[in-house]
Design a protein around this ligand. Structure first.
Ligand SMILES: NC(=O)c1ccc[n+]([C@@H]2O[C@H](COP(=O)([O-])OP(=O)(O)OC[C@H]3O[C@@H](n4cnc5c(N)ncnc54)[C@H](OP(=O)(O)O)[C@@H]3O)[C@@H](O)[C@H]2O)c1
Length: 345
């Protein structure tokens, strides 16, 4: 099999996107690839097993301006994507054929990784491999770092999480319970709200699409106010939260998914609450925490094995399903971490 030439299905970006992405912005094409790395190179070739659909990918689909925080995709080229993969050829001394890894790969069946130092070895193959696109991968590190390092929780804090049933949100809620906090989540369907309360142990939850007045909803859920807001959505929710924060509250700005497809982002008229209530509002990027991965993986794997954390995934199978799965994030079609099975080992 080694050195064989095989077909390689891949998803490319057809053109830069403005507004809401559609399946037509991407295309499935078939190329061929040799299962080998060039002699003398330190690259590895991987077979991709699972890929993760993540909201940040929308930003990479736009032609970039000053607000860009991550490299744009190149039209006609394969999408970069987080995935779980198996090494099929290696020129790098730290990787051997058969190793299981996770990290940035291509949205295709086989990828050459030219800087394999960016990959993480999978140390808990006894747990579901797909977890390395979620709870044990990038979204897990995001939830852990954003909650503990940025939000600085104390036992008894009142915590609010938006997009709470998603990959990051479901973990933040459960970590907040482990930390002894009171946690409320918002999500976009009654099914998701029920999941938050019955499966993830949130103290309360609401369907933001059914609420007429978010300020009144938050007052109802937090009569004493919010100490920590884990921000995933931005827009009207952020503005209502600002009115309900307590003195010296913390807002960990993880993302603002409601803004990613807007040509003119919303403002936040209530921003002055930061001054009056001495609130600390701080953005963060998961990339800055990847150096803490070993410690994180050990702790999170422990929680999973002890049943202290559970993780819900939304799984579809087949590389051709990636475009629909990816755009589904922006209408809330996913329930839990959206991932796509590319190959079963
Ligand atoms: N800072 C970082 O390094 C970092 C890393 C990873 C993720 N993030 C951010 O974290 C957030 C959550 O990411 P995730 O991976 O956990 O995604 P996710 O929650 O699994 O999926 C996205 C969810 O966002 C909600 N949503 C979509 N459009 C919305 C809108 N207009 N208003 C309100 N909610 C909307 C939908 O749920 P509903 O049905 O509840 O609406 C959807 O299911 C995103 O903002 C993402 O960009 C940041």
């Amino acid at each position: 099999m080694a050195d064989a030439e095989v077909s390689n299905k891949r998803v490319i970006l057809k053109q830069f996107v403005t507004g809401f992405p559609t399946e037509d912005d991407m295309e499935l094409v078939t190329a061929t690839v040799r299962l080998a790395v060039p002699a003398g190179s330190a690259s590895v070739m991987v077979k991709n097993l699972y890929v993760a659909c993540d909201p940040y990918m929308r930003n990479r689909m736009s032609e970039h301006n000053d607000a860009a925080y991550i490299e744009q995709f190149v039209p006609g080229e394969v999408l970069g994507i987080f995935g779980v993969s198996k090494v099929v050829a290696s020129g790098h001394p730290d990787f051997k054929v058969g190793d299981l890894v996770w990290g940035m790969t291509g949205c295709e069946e086989y990828s050459v990784i030219t800087h394999p130092e960016s990959l993480f070895k999978i140390n808990h193959p006894e747990l579901p491999l797909s977890y390395y696109t979620g709870v044990l991968g990038m979204p897990g590190v995001t939830a852990y770092a954003g909650f503990f390092d940025v939000s600085k929780p104390k036992k008894g804090d009142y915590v609010f999480v938006s997009a709470a049933s998603g990959a990051v949100g479901q973990l933040v809620g459960q970590l907040a319970k482990i930390a002894g906090c009171y946690v409320v989540g918002s999500a976009g369907s009654d099914e998701k709200v029920s999941l938050l309360k019955t499966k993830f142990g949130f103290d309360d939850a609401f369907n933001y699409k059914k609420e007429q007045d978010l300020n009144a909803t938050l007052k109802r859920c937090f009569p004493l106010g919010i100490d920590i807001y884990f921000e995933n959505v931005g827009g009207a929710m952020l503005d209502a939260v600002l009115l309900n924060m307590r003195m010296h509250g913390r807002i960990a700005v993880c993302g603002m998914i409601s803004q990613y497809n807007l040509e003119k982002p919303d403002g936040a008229p209530n921003l002055f609450c930061l001054v009056a209530k001495r609130i600390r509002m701080e953005g963060f990027m998961v990339l800055d925490y990847f150096n803490t991965y070993t410690k994180f993986e050990k702790e999170m794997a422990g929680y999973l094995k002890e049943g202290k954390i559970i993780f819900v995934e939304d799984v579809v199978e087949g590389i051709e399903k990636v475009p629909a799965a990816l755009i589904g994030l922006f209408s809330g079609r996913n329930v839990g971490k959206q991932l796509v099975i590319i190959a079963r080992e």
